[in-house]
Design a protein around this ligand. Sequence first.
Ligand code: CUA
Length: 176
Amino acid sequence: MQEIAWQLSLVLMTLVAFGFGFVAINSGVRVEDYTPLQKRGYRIRSKLFWTLVAVLGPAMIYTLLDLPYGASRAGNQAGPAQVVEATGHQWRWELSRDRVVKDQPVEFRVTSADINHGFGIYDADMHLVAQTQAMPGYTNTIRHTFTADGTYRILCMEYCGIAHHNMMSEIKVGSL
Ligand code: CUA
């Protein structure tokens, strides 16, 4: 996914660069009567506007269907959850348990004892599987169902000071 986003960004950046180049090269050209040009520009703009409405309108509705996330996402199913209380400190994670069972929802209740941290759960391949923010005075809840055994890492995802990179913990996922 990140790979696709990166390549798409490259393509778009190249297009924008060509656009700038085109304008720069043609900036010396003088046109006396701008009216036809202006009309053409307005026509293109209207077409572009309605194209965007036609494309982005349905896209917006489609993405909003998922809200609220907790209700519909896979892995967020209702049912008794294994609760993990997680508190961020400069610079460590305090977890109420470090072992959970797979194929059963886990509810992470995430907060912070000092400043904002980012609570990110990574699998063995260092792919992010779930994340939320750890905020002082507030508890963010995420539900995740681990479908594979293994040792997962919890990393801080928000710069929080000199030892931010050391803010790591582990949670083991296994069978009963
Ligand atoms: Cu806590 Cu970065």
